[in-house]
Design a protein around this ligand. Structure first.
Ligand code: FAD
Length: 299
């Protein structure tokens, strides 16, 4: 049976089979997903999830793929991409953002409306859905500081709504990594400010990123979570791992907290280097680093 046959005809056009994930991931690695779906409205999203549930198909929801390491063996089942779920609106200093909108688009929208609170999130290259799921943060900002509420859909296709305090946001964690629900949209409360000052803060943060981070190479940002009382990058550097490499994966010389793809890395190279870094840092400092990036597929 052709997988497209399980969907209503109007959805079948949004289905792609054997999707090469390396074209989508910020690491530029990863094998093929059996199939991927690209809904363009919350209704289509719900129909896809209902069809997955009815047919016993496993799926994972992905945004801009900037925090994932996808197995070279690919992903069995479906990938549900939110990239077609875009849209931003404003009411009483609260921005409602569809999950596929980029964090940077949302921060620019806020600046255009002289609203402050998203400046530090502007340089995070992910989507709103990925940002809420990860409680993304940078410098002195994190999603938790501005989140009002989140609308989701559970794995049976039921619509749900959460107030911010029900989402268990903590350092790079949310309730959605436990319940597997798909984020449809989020609301952020911002405060009034001066557009010029907001934009100047955004440029300042971006300049700091360009100066400190190896943005010229594919990566997924910080590879590891910050261990309590330490900085992962400093531990890695002090363990003598600056520039350490396996295959095409390398510990960045510019920022040891980043593993980069020098051009020909496979996900296995990245995974093996992650393990090498963890073991070496543990031997030196007795600290076991936890990956921040999500390993997906047949890893
Ligand atoms: C150069 C670079 C710099 C970075 N800097 C930062 C930084 O400063 N701070 C920071 O926190 N992160 C940073 N990151 C990591 C990454 O951008 C963030 O974690 C971002 O929030 C991930 O969003 P995404 O849309 O790319 O998520 P994806 O990578 O697509 O997915 C990440 C996780 O979120 C889940 N997910 C995504 N969308 C949804 C949804 N709609 N519903 C339910 N689950 C969903 C996925 O299943 C997956 O488990 C950086 C990455 C890069 C490449």
């Amino acid at each position: 049976m052709d997988i497209k046959d399980i969907f209503e005809p109007e959805l079948a056009g949004r289905v792609r089979t054997d999707l090469d994930m390396s074209l989508y991931t910020s690491f530029k690695t990863g094998g093929k997903a059996d199939f991927a779906v690209f809904p363009e409205s919350p209704e289509e999203l719900q129909s896809f999830i209902e069809a997955f549930h009815k047919n016993g198909i496993d799926f994972i929801t992905l945004g801009n793929c900037t925090n994932v390491l996808v197995s070279d063996e690919g992903i069995r089942g479906a990938v549900l991409f939110t990239s077609g779920l875009k849209g931003l609106s404003l009411e009483d200093n609260i921005i409602t953002a569809m999950s596929g909108s980029l964090m940077s688009e949302t921060a620019s929208f806020a600046a255009r409306h002289s609203l402050s609170g998203m400046e530090a999130l502007n340089g995070i290259p992910g989507s709103v859905g990925g940002g809420v799921y990860m409680n993304a943060g940078a410098y002195d900002g994190e999603v938790k500081n501005i989140l009002v509420s989140v609308d989701t859909i559970d794995r049976q296709g039921n619509l749900k709504s959460y107030a911010a305090e029900e989402t268990s946001l903590s350092y790079r964690h949310s309730i959605f990594s436990e319940n597997g629900e798909t984020i449809i949209k989020a609301r952020f409360a911002l405060s009034e400010g001066e557009e010029k000052e907001i934009r100047s803060r955004m440029s300042d943060y971006n300049a700091r990123r360009r100066e400190k981070q190896p943005l010229e190479y594919p990566s997924a940002g910080s590879t590891f979570k910050r261990p309590e009382g330490y900085y992962a990058g400093a531990l890695i550097e002090q363990s003598g791992l600056k520039g350490a490499s396996i295959g095409g994966a390398m510990v960045s010389e510019k920022h040891c907290g980043f593993i980069i793809n020098k051009g020909s890395a496979t996900s296995a190279d990245v995974k093996n280097l992650i393990e090498h870094v963890r073991e070496t840092v543990y031997q030196h400092f007795g600290v076991m680093l936890e990956p921040e990036i999500k390993m997906i597929g047949r890893i």
